[in-house]
Design a protein around this ligand. Structure first.
Ligand SMILES: Nc1ncnc2c1ncn2[C@@H]1O[C@H](COP(=O)(O)OP(=O)(O)OP(=O)(O)O)[C@@H](O)[C@H]1O
Ligand SMILES: [Mg+2]
Length: 265
């Protein structure tokens, strides 16, 4: 099962990714959680100590690694001779960090301005690494990412089972879904599914369902707005540990079961 979680800033991507990863791992699956968000807070949300999480250097910021693997400095432009096909099968073992419930965390980082034109060393490394994780590795992959999909190449995107777009009952987050859909089509992502989060009222639910129906995106889960998610955040404890029986965690559990049923890892 290879899944990416995307959506507008602050909608709950990291909460969903971290909780999903922990629940899958508790059910006995090997889970690789990948942080592809420049904010780098998946480790913390998975339950790593603040200090430990903060110490992790994202792969895209590891100049020595990029040089070792591609022969290029992180920002070096294509045209210089560097290895576009670095061997990456040692990276998860070398840089993966153990998080609670045996989730393995890889902090990948993103490439700034890594749009279509940029083929710098860091970007080349990310592309090949993603390809490796999607095609050659057997773990469940849960990737916490931003809206931008530029480092997922065509061909690689097709190997992803689904991209889950988290949305809030707000117009701005619907606009982000529109943009994601356009990018996803370009790189040929097979399946896009929506998860509504921070749902408070029937009106929120109706809004999410209607807007997604218009865009042709199935809504596979609705997660309520839950004070315990905010409380857990203030305590610096993952919600799954702070409030394991909260409605929000229960809703992610249902999402997890649905994904297992659908993709039978
Ligand atoms: N179901 C929920 N109920 C209440 N609060 C929530 C819920 N889901 C997320 N939150 C809160 O919303 C905030 C944003 O959540 P989170 O960090 O998971 O979003 P994100 O999409 O990863 O954000 P970013 O784009 O900054 O990475 C956090 O403070 C979190 O505690
Ligand atoms: Mg986040």
């Amino acid at each position: 099962m290879k899944i990416a979680v995307a959506g507008k800033g602050g909608v709950g991507k990291t909460f969903v990714s971290a909780t999903l990863a922990r629940l899958l791992a508790r059910d006995g699956y090997s889970v690789l959680a990948v942080d592809a968000d420049p904010n780098l807070n998946l480790g913390y949300s998975l339950g790593l100590e603040y200090e430990a999480a903060n110490k992790i250097v994202p792969l895209t910021g590891n100049e020595a690694l990029i040089k070792e693997k591609t022969g290029a400095s992180p920002e070096e432009a294509l045209g210089n001779i560097f290895n576009m096909n670095p061997r990456v099968n040692d990276i998860v073992d070398r840089f993966g960090v153990n998080a609670p419930d045996n989730v393995k965390l890889l902090v990948m980082g993103t490439v700034k301005g890594g749009g279509t034109g940029c083929m710098c060393g860091a970007n080349a490394l990310l592309r090949v690494l993603l390809q490796h994780m999607l095609i050659q590795r057997g773990e469940i992959l849960v990737m916490d990412m931003v809206a931008g999909l530029e480092h997922i190449g065509r061909g690689t995107a097709r190997r992803m089972d689904a991209m889950i777009v988290v949305i809030e009952p707000r117009m701005k987050s619907v606009d982000t879904v529109r943009r994601i859909l356009k990018m996803a089509e370009e790189i040929e992502v097979k399946t896009i599914l929506a998860v509504g989060n921070k749902v408070m009222r029937d009106k929120d639910e109706v809004f999410i369902n209607e807007k997604m129906k218009k865009l042709g995106v199935p809504v596979i889960a609705l997660i309520p707005y839950d004070q315990s998610v905010a409380d857990a955040d203030m305590e610096g404890i993952p919600t799954i540990d702070y409030a394991p029986n909260s409605l929000a965690v229960k809703a992610v559990k249902e999402l997890e079961e649905l994904l297992i049923e659908r993709y039978k890892p």
